[in-house]
Design a protein around this ligand. Structure first.
Ligand SMILES: [Fe+2]
Ligand SMILES: [Fe+2]
Length: 358
């Protein structure tokens, strides 16, 4: 069982890490309408899906997630203070989000087995990959004398219900942004080896190919459902999901600035690059993408992040709740205003970029 909320790992020398408090920014656990997912007719993208399942079956990374002996034996006390806390936070959030993917894919694979074997098989392989990723991150946490109790996390977390279409939009984006987050970090450390202070990042090059394949699977799934991209309603949803994912990413990166600085990455540059690349990639699946080149696009996202950091400061104070709420209200309104303005920026038509109008 997870012990009561304790934030200092020194109180849990070889113990179980108490999970961070659930907030809007902590990775969510999802459930969906499994029956509706099972009924999904994917025949319009059958050749693409078969090709991806073939790739997933080949299991290119089956020998990749093996920890080097030296890493297990090494003492990581050199990573200390604020850097250590931000490292643990990074590992925990990443592990939770990989594990959340595992749970969803595993359940989808189990429930779709009889009615939709091709999707069930793909979900089974993707669950395998996510379990490896989560397990590997949990072992990395052990280097800091901590681990996450994944069994109890499964039972105790709140599950958010998303209809299948939302799952497809959200997971597609989270796989693609995951790919860019890992590969940009990997390439940065490859060209700046002096910042390679912990061996986990060396694994990211092949690791992110798993996420890329998962994203490609969701892209084929999405394109097999014309109502998810060929009408005005779909276009509004796509704008919403792009904005939600980019805003969450910005807030998380700036909240965890110490972590990125500790590996020599400038949080602002990193955030900008990840979002620009993910947005460009999304043009292959979505009918439109956001205009990330708009002069106010990143300014507004960063203002939301400033508001978030200031709100967190207010929340930490010991003032009465109503007082804190009144202090936070202008910040909340400002964030809503910025998000709305980004949402209303003229998007870029991706269907015409692709040159295929179906
Ligand atoms: Fe993963
Ligand atoms: Fe993935």
């Amino acid at each position: 069982m997870v012990k009561s909320v304790q934030t200092s790992e020194t109180e849990l020398p070889s113990g179980v890490k108490a999970p961070v408090q659930e907030t809007l920014l902590t990775p969510r656990f999802y459930t969906t309408d499994f029956e509706a997912m099972a009924q999904t007719d994917v025949s319009a993208q059958n050749p693409e899906l078969q090709a991806i399942v073939e790739e997933l079956r080949a299991d290119y990374n089956r020998h990749h997630f093996v920890r080097d002996r030296a890493q297990s034996d090494e003492c990581w006390d050199s990573i200390d203070g604020e850097t250590r806390l931000s490292f643990i936070d990074f590992l925990e959030r990443s592990c939770t989000s990989e594990f959340s993917g595992f749970l969803l894919f595993k359940e989808l694979s189990r429930r779709l087995k009889n009615q939709n074997p091709i999707l069930a098989e793909a979900f089974q392989y993707m669950a395998r990959d996510e379990a490896r990723h989560a397990g590997f991150l949990n072992k990395a946490m052990a280097d800091f004398n901590l681990s996450l109790d994944l069994g109890s996390l499964t039972k105790n977390r709140t599950y958010t219900f998303f209809p299948p279409e939302w799952i497809i939009y959200a997971v597609y984006l989270s796989e693609k942004i995951g790919y860019w987050r890992y590969i940009i970090m990997y390439r940065h450390l490859e060209s700046n080896p002096q910042h390679q202070i912990y061996p986990l990042f060396r694994y990211f090059e092949s690791w992110c190919q798993d996420e890329n394949r998962h994203g490609d699977f969701f892209k084929a799934l999405l394109r097999s459902q014309p109502q998810m991209w060929n009408n005005w309603k779909a276009r509004l949803w796509v704008r919403f999901f792009l904005l939600a994912v980019f805003a969450t990413h910005t807030l998380t990166v700036f909240e965890r600035a110490t972590f990125y600085q500790s590996i020599g990455l400038d949080p602002r540059e990193y955030n900008t690059k990840v979002i620009q690349e993910t947005n460009k990639t999304a043009a292959r699946a979505f009918p439109l993408i956001l205009n990330a080149n708009h002069p106010k696009f990143f300014y507004r996202l960063e203002q939301c992040s400033d508001n978030n950091i200031r709100s967190a400061e207010i929340e930490k104070s010991h003032r009465p709740r109503i007082f804190k709420f009144c202090q936070k209200l202008p910040l909340i309104l400002s964030t809503i205003g910025h998000l709305l303005q980004i949402y209303l920026m003229k998007p870029i038509d991706a269907e015409s970029l692709r040159g295929t109008v179906h």
